[in-house]
Design a protein around this ligand. Structure first.
Ligand SMILES: [Zn+2]
Length: 385
């Protein structure tokens, strides 16, 4: 394991030396990791990467009952759609097409309105279904049926395949979602990088009290920004993610904790790099004071690797710092990115990020899991990260 240094040379006069030391350490880390990657070249990379999406992406297709009429005068169809829509707009059911063809050439079916809870499955006449609504029934046949139609829009192709068997629905494929569900979002090179950073994360985690590590990376340049492990022995909120975010702040001239571990690391941005980052933030937030906004936007565009699913506090810290993506390996019963809740997609928050869970090949995972034992000798399955 490469040893990383940060915070030991706080004196300004040592800035140059510090920068050199840190960069050298980054090279050491990269070298070590590259060696491991070379060994991976000839073997299949066994990692599964699952997206942590909202429950709505995985739910089975639910249906609700609708009254359906028959139109036997084709030229009346658009007028009927307009009139029915003015009485019973499909506002919350925009995914449903109002009309569908039938096997009989001149007859189509049209959605009239939802079946209310107090309406049973008895047969209804057209007049009773329309009630007091002023609808010109020219072109509508007397018979009315009750159909089950999809209650929610299809968000995935699998849902769409099932939904359209009930009734025609609108569906706009989200290619990114489809690829992520098939674990086809990341190419071979990206997968190698993801494993590389996660292995580093699992390794540095071993130095922490709770064996949790966090690595923050700029995915565009693959540059390491911060590497941290938890230090709860020093303070109860010094979780790995909190430490890493603080180190990102330190890389940009801020930071509020005196993190003394020699196993952590942060990059040191030059003034030019800082100015360019502030310009980037200005572009994203026109008309606002970029410097004042700087702290909340510490991690704009960055990825975080965490060995264990972050807790609510850490997940919120990642929201506040505007992280781009989060990757983790071990689920936690207290985790806020899939287990207890899915904070990263919570409505009402002003930033959302993507989350992926990794299933690494056994040799990597078992090696690290065997060390994930707390001081009482029990697996760390009941604490947050
Ligand atoms: Zn935490």
């Amino acid at each position: 394991m490469a040893v990383m240094i940060a915070g030991e040379l706080g004196d300004k006069t040592f800035e140059t030396k510090k920068r050199k030391l840190l960069l050298e350490d980054e090279q050491t880390i990269k070298k070590k990791v590259n060696l491991e990657l070379e060994r991976m070249e000839d073997t299949e990379i066994k990692v599964k990467i699952f997206p942590i999406l909202g429950d709505e992406y995985f739910r089975p297709v639910e249906t609700e009952k609708m009254f359906v009429g028959k139109v036997n005068v084709k030229k009346e169809t658009s007028r009927l759609i307009k009139e029915l829509s003015s009485h019973w707009p499909l506002t919350s059911r925009f995914h449903l097409k109002r009309v569908r063809g039938t096997q009989q050439k001149d007859i189509s079916e049209i959605l009239i309105r939802p079946v209310e809870l107090n309406e049973s499955n008895e047969s209804y006449s057209l007049a009773s279904v329309l009630g007091e609504a002023q609808i010109n029934t020219t072109g509508l046949m007397d018979s009315v049926a009750i159909y089950e139609v999809p209650k929610y829009p299809a968000l995935t192709y699998d849902q769409y395949k099932v939904a359209k068997e009930f009734w025609p629905v609108q569906f706009r494929e989200d290619k990114r979602i489809e690829k992520s569900l098939k674990d086809d979002l990341f190419n071979l090179e990206e997968r190698k990088r993801i494993i590389e950073f996660m292995k580093m994360c699992l390794s540095v985690g071993q130095y922490g009290d709770e064996k949790v590590g966090c690595v923050i990376v700029d995915p565009v340049t693959s540059k390491l920004i911060a590497v941290a492990h938890d230090q709860r022995d020093l303070h109860p909120i010094q979780h790995a993610v909190m430490g890493a975010v603080d180190l990102v702040a330190r890389s940009q001239g801020g930071g509020s904790w005196d993190i003394t571990s020699k196993h952590v690391y942060h990059l040191h941005f030059s003034k030019e790099e800082m100015d360019s980052k502030i310009t980037e933030i200005k572009k994203m937030n026109p008309g606002k004071d970029a410097k004042k906004m700087y702290l909340p936007y510490l991690c704009t565009g960055y990825d975080a690797y965490v060995s264990r699913e972050p807790c609510v506090m850490c997940s919120m810290a990642l929201v506040h710092s505007r992280i781009r993506r989060v990757f983790y390996v071990h689920k936690s019963p207290w985790g806020a990115l899939g287990s207890q809740c899915k904070l990263h997609i919570q409505e009402g928050l002003n930033h959302h990020y993507e989350v992926f869970r990794l299933e690494l090949e056994d040799s990597v995972q078992n090696c690290k899991e065997s060390k994930m034992i707390n001081c009482e000798g029990k697996p760390n399955c009941n604490s947050d990260s």
